[in-house]
Design a protein around this ligand. Structure first.
Ligand code: GLY
Ligand code: MN
Ligand code: MN
Length: 441
């Protein structure tokens, strides 16, 4: 059973913020179910904002927050239904949900539509995210118009519609203790999955075998699903950033890049490791690998309270660009390739993103035009890479080498803590783990 305490505390914080803006009412629906084909649905995943404020995982639910003299949290959800529960399983129903999720009130979801105009009446503002769900956009617009049509009888309709997600985004950026605990656990499960993938890899095996090992590790440890489709990219596929087919036969001499992280109780982890399929890095592979590892170390060192969001990226880029010059992938001066962005030929993505309920989590990266400062409790990835496609002006020894090394970092008062370090990362640690497996076979 989920402890409702942190969710209730978040609702109270949001209600205070609404109150500080003059009060009003917030409507936060969860995600709709999505049809896959005919009568089969995609596995259901709740909306992250709704879940952040409720802990409630069933579809067809809306959170209503009323900020006023008597602040209130009201959940609208599915009713109990013996027939449907035989087919689809347990549902809380309003009565049990009210208690389990520490709401002030709960009602059947079917009652929300007819009640909406009344709920909006005499509220100063409506806190709602337009444009995310056509069904709710239409319901809310109709209710606003119904409230406006009543103004002759003395009712006032909300004069302002504010994006409630923008308020919640700021809250989601800094993780509370319960979130950090879940994310540590998700990180540990994913790190173990990467270890198992390293232990399983062999020339002649297929990428999907490693994908399956990873998926099994996630599920066996209680994760509900991968946080995003796992990337198992061997040989040339490592240079395809969003490769997800995972169906190639791995060859002796290949590197394999695995970007995979589980979702645990809504929270994502996001790890990339790159290692040789045969357990030994070749010279050129090691050159690129050590370069990326050095870039990651520089980015980690730049991740600390007070640093600007972009500092870790700039630190990584500097190391990578110098390495590309040293390895003759690029020609010219460091300042020159930094200014011309020539390094982007081999490093075309950014060094990280916020991490939380969403793998690319909520939260602005800039405030009033400037990169925002890091503060303790933020969670982000640090994931430099280098991807070398064949080209006439690139030494052939480096062709098809694609390396990314990605860890999840918690900003701490002293700097940052990588919560994914149980996945081996140094050349020595990777080769030792794989040698142990070879010896044991
Ligand atoms: N796995 C998604 C990312 O690394 O951004
Ligand atoms: Mn990532
Ligand atoms: Mn990733």
């Amino acid at each position: 059973m989920t402890d409702p305490t942190p969710f209730k505390a978040r609702r109270e914080r949001l209600l205070q913020q609404m109150q500080a803006r003059g009060g009003g009412i917030a409507l936060i629906p969860t995600a709709p179910e999505a049809l896959r084909n005919r009568d089969t649905h995609y596995p259901y995943r709740f909306d992250s904002y709704f879940y952040y404020l409720t802990g409630f995982r069933e579809p067809e639910a809306v959170l209503v927050l009323v900020a006023g003299d008597e602040p209130k949290s009201i959940l609208y959800c599915r009713t109990k239904d013996e027939e449907r529960e035989i087919w689809d399983g347990y549902r809380f129903g309003p009565e049990a949900a009210c208690e389990a999720f520490a709401m002030d009130e709960a009602h059947p979801i079917g009652e929300l539509g007819p009640m909406l105009p009344g709920l909006l009446a005499d509220q100063a503002a409506l806190f709602f995210s337009l444009g995310h769900d056509a069904h709710w956009d239409q319901q809310v617009t109709a209710a606003l118009n119904a409230a406006r049509a009543n103004t002759r009888s003395g009712v006032t309709a909300p004069a302002m519609v504010t994006d409630v997600r923008a308020l919640v985004d700021e809250m989601r950026l800094v993780k509370d203790d319960s979130e950090i605990a879940r994310m540590r656990r998700a990180a540990a499960i994913s790190a173990e999955a990467h270890r198992q993938a390293m232990a399983t890899a062999r020339p002649g095996g297929f990428e999907y075998e490693l994908d399956a090992v990873i998926g099994q590790c996630f599920r066996r440890a209680g994760s509900q699903a991968p946080a995003y489709p796992s990337i198992v990219a061997s040989g040339p596929n490592a240079c395809v950033l969003h490769y997800v087919e995972n169906d190639r036969k791995m060859q002796d001499g290949d590197l394999v890049l695995i970007d995979a992280g589980c979702e645990l109780d809504g929270y994502a982890s996001d790890i990339t490791r790159t290692f040789p399929v045969n357990g030994r890095f070749s010279g050129p592979q090691r050159d690129i690998y050590e370069l990326v590892l050095g870039a990651q170390a520089a980015a980690v060192a730049a991740t600390r309270p007070g640093a600007a969001w972009n500092d870790p990226h700039e630190a990584a880029v500097k190391v990578l660009a110098q390495g590309m010059l040293d390895l003759k992938l690029l020609a010219g001066s460091l300042d020159g390739v930094l200014e011309s962005h020539e390094y982007r030929r081999f490093y075309m993505h950014r060094t990280g993103h916020w991490l939380g309920l969403d793998v690319h989590d909520a939260g602005e990266y800039k405030l009033e035009g400037a990169w925002r400062s890091l503060v303790p409790g933020m969670m982000l990835t640090i994931e430099p890479g280098c991807y070398i496609r064949p080209a006439d002006d690139v030494p052939e020894a480096f062709w098809h080498i694609g390396v990314r090394i990605e860890d999840d970092a918690l900003v701490t008062p002293a700097g940052c803590e990588l919560i994914t370090v149980d996945a081996p990362k140094s050349v020595a640690d990777i080769e030792a783990l794989m040698a142990r497996m070879r010896d044991a076979a």
